[in-house]
Design a protein around this ligand. Sequence first.
Ligand code: MSP
Length: 656
Amino acid sequence: MKEKFYLTTAIPYCSGKPHIGNTYEVILTDAIARYKRQMGYDVFFLTGTDEHGIKIETKAKELGITPKQFVDGVYEKVRSIWSLVGASYDKFIRTTDEYHEKAVAAIFKKLYEQGDIYKGVYEGWYCVPDEASFTDTQVTGGLCPDCGRPLQRVREDAYFFRMSKYADRLMKHIEENPGFVEPQSRLKEMVNNFLRPGLQDLCVTRSSFTWGIPVPGDEKHVIYVWIDALSNYITALGYNVDEEGELFKRYWPCDVHIIGKDIVRFHMIYWPIMLLALGLPLPKKIYGHGWLNFGTDKMSKSKGNVMYADELAELFGVDGVRYYTLSAMPYAADGSITYESMAAAYNSDLANNLGNLVNRTVTMNKKYFNGVIQSPGENEGPDTELKETVSGTVRLVRERMDSYHVSDALSAVFDMFRRANKYIDETAPWTLAKTEGAAARLGTVLYNLLETIRIGAVLLTPFLPGTADRILKCLASDCKETGFGGLRPVSVTGEPEVLFARIDENELFKKISGEAAENNKKDEDVKNMDNEVKTEEAADRKYEPLAPMIEFDDFIKPDLRIAKVLECVPVEKSKKLLKFKLDLGFETRQVLSGIARYYKPEELIGKKLVMVANLKPRVMCGEESNGMILAAGGHDSDNVKVLFADDGADIGDRVG
Ligand code: MSP
């Protein structure tokens, strides 16, 4: 019997169309699922939507529809984007599915009956106009941190989960299973920031809205959205407190939960504690990937920098989107996506490196041998090195995929294609074709190239399934072996194909600005409806986790200087960039900053601010930036504010 492998994505909130960051997660999980299937595992890949909560209730109210009607619409969008990018999931769960709601209510009841959940009193602050709750630590002076109006003190009945009861067992599990959370940096951060200081009991019900799963027997409360959402990983397999179901027996515990870095806390602390309380085994691994940012900024609707997979697929094709997102996200850090970087990667990696290799090779084999694959002769010249590169790449891809270093695995395949292109230059088949008596050598060279391409296509299958199929079609091969010798001599290749047509950046930007003008209008239309609803979930605001400790020597590396804004204008091709001329005293600098949404240029001229003066130049939207302006909230907030310097500060002075 095949070994099982169960993997899951986080289930995105059903509050709007998923953006490319959410979609990256399903592409990543899909690549791992396809790889595991290729390795012979019996894979179960789960994804879905998180459909309860006040945000959804409020949005539906604004649109004059029921929350269920609202989530039904968003669910369709999620499904269609997941299917566009080729997500090969085995099951899609919605937290409004009846079996899920029943199981969550039963889980809550069981935990209450066994004393892990108790009824107590919730004390905190409430903003009546915003309908938002805040804890003591979020409030100063009794004023709403969002709108500044006076808050009401609230005391109300609520249910709490005794987290502290299980903290020691969780800590022991983490110590005994050092790979429980990857990357290690995220594990350490959670242990130091949350577990070691001691766990507070968690409030697991809400009573200020109704769109949730009612607490059994006390229906004016609904179950906290995280208790509801996390349970999806077991309810989708048919788990309920008094029945386990075949899928659950086969696939639980989960082999890996793939989630973003911001929700590691919920998966590493609340979820295992829920499972411990239910007497169930813990997941084997939680992998918290980084965030895909727009350049260096968090994607958010209010910043107008949100990218969507369907729009990107129009420009770069589905595999262009899969390739870019998978390769741009490092194992343990954030990734960056911009139209420029996507176009550059598309042209250099997909069109030039891979596309040309396949096209040139298949075309040459057609031209010189009528497409007939030749029998290879003895190794000569660079043949051994090429073959070693191929077998080394097969090993590397496995090692890296097994440890979730997905972008590194993909780059190994593209390094191999680069080596094969070099092999063409070294062996110069066009010269061999003109040389008397070199036909056998020419046949060997082309065989080696075709084999490298075939194995490359097999390795690419989990990442770019569509492209891999097209390549195998060009070779007219269905051989999935990863050792040399899979292509049968005297079989005939298919037709050469242009896998990726080069993208002209000017044309691309014309297209984008056309679309942007249209989208601007749409944005305006949805703005009121979408006007970032202040919710109870805001009380659970996900703070950007603290970065790992650094040495003093690291701290002084950035050269921070006081600079004065001489000029400031918008950048033509961009909705978000402003172009600055800054006076540093000893020189003037051109610097770009993505703050056009937050400031009008005239508000900034004449101001003194702090800039990073020793940052290597970067080109954005065709303009060079020679430094960076410091601002608060750049990554994880929609409220971006420049750090202005005191008027008395001297231009050019170092800050630190
Ligand atoms: N509903 C919760 C998850 C519950 S799981 C039991 C949630 N939803 S979310 O819509 O905010 O996020 C869904 C996933 O997308 C999360 O793993 C989150 O980290 C991830 N991402 C959100 N923005 C992202 C990027 N910009 N880049 C990469 N992943 C991103 O949290």
